[in-house]
Design a protein around this ligand. Sequence first.
Ligand code: EPZ
Length: 421
Amino acid sequence: MDRFVIRGGAPLAGVIPVSGSKNAGLPIPVAAAILGTTDSRITNVPELQDIHTMARLLRHLGSPVEVGDGVLDIGAADSLNVEAEYDLVRRMRASIYVLGPLLARFGEARVSFPGGCAIGARPVDIHLRGMEALGASIEVEHGFIIAKATKLRGADMSLMGPQGTSVGATANVMMAAVLAEGVTTIRDAAVEPEVADLAGCLTAMGARIEGAGTRTIAIEGVGELHGADYALPPDRIESASYILAGAITRGDIRVRGAERRHLGAVLGKLTEADIWLDWEGKDVRVTVPNGIRSVDVDTGVYPGFPTDVQAQYMGLMCMAQGKARIVENIFTDRFMHALELQRMGADIQINGNVATVTGVDRLTGAPVMASDLRAGMVLVLAGLAAEGETVVSRVYHIDRGYERIEEKLRAAGADIQRVSD
Ligand code: EPZ
């Protein structure tokens, strides 16, 4: 397994480019491969492990998917295997995205129940509730979700769950409803930008969707969908992560190709923390002329502060002047990174879903372990800011969601090397 060896202390300087969105780049190829009756081409595709895993899953179903340099060429298929087996699904929760489109196009789907992961329980009850509302029968046998429907019928449903709405379930139900008979109304839909981008691709394929990106989405089913060409948007979580890299090292960097309108809550909190953010088009210059202020954050569904930036933000608060209260409202167990940051000298008290971070003057390098994608990223950021050497192990978590991370950081002056065992 690979590790990152980081020698910290140098302020970053230079340009860090943003890649295409992982969380748009997972459902969109699924929609194109399973629902499209003609070929599709997806561009601005990041070179990520999760993208390759999804391509493998689609090929396993029988869809001819070619992963090129930033491009996914997806051939149409008249019929597909409708079973997504455990070995592929266990690697990536987003595999559940094949459920809705397989059900809509072929009337059946057998998807292994996705396992949990390091950030807590990852139920799919809202996904299944949505499919049942569209008329599917759902059974769970031997770890498989078995969904069947002779023809899906449009329905009026809410996707509200105990932790609020669900991004994945909104995407899954949308991909099923586009071929259902009649009109579907999805209430309490997720409004994350990735949902609007999926709707954009489905619309380009001939779907009839109104309201994507708002809490209520109306979908009029059609007979079939053709393929489409679609460019992925920039990754808003990667953008936020590199803005925080500039801030935590008190550097002077430009994050290139970011979508400002997708980053509102993060930009607001960083400005309160006295991080200076100067925009020129899609580029943002990050500087820290004074100290870093401690500012409280509550994560929430979009447009609230993203749970996927919580870990990286905690890293910044470790270096701030004061106490910051961070409340994680989306996932039940998303503070694993705090234990590793404490090994680097951070002062963090955890009480349930509340972390109280008292800033310290310096972090010191240490051997640490990534437990999930975003926890891994904050350990890299802390290593860049810490004195001495930090070794981050299990970087395969990071490779799932950050394209060429060590190259991008080295180009901005970071001392980071990938070491293979
Ligand atoms: C998507 O996951 C993202 N993944 C996650 O990013 C992100 O953290 C999450 O949305 C929230 O924004 C992708 O887009 C591939 P949810 P998803 O369904 O769809 C509960 C990253 O780091 N829930 O919106 O799985 C769930 O347990 C990843 O890039 C149910 O109770 O998230 C959670 O508490 C991590 N029942 C909350 O809702 C369900 O059926 C939000 O989950 C589904 C979800």
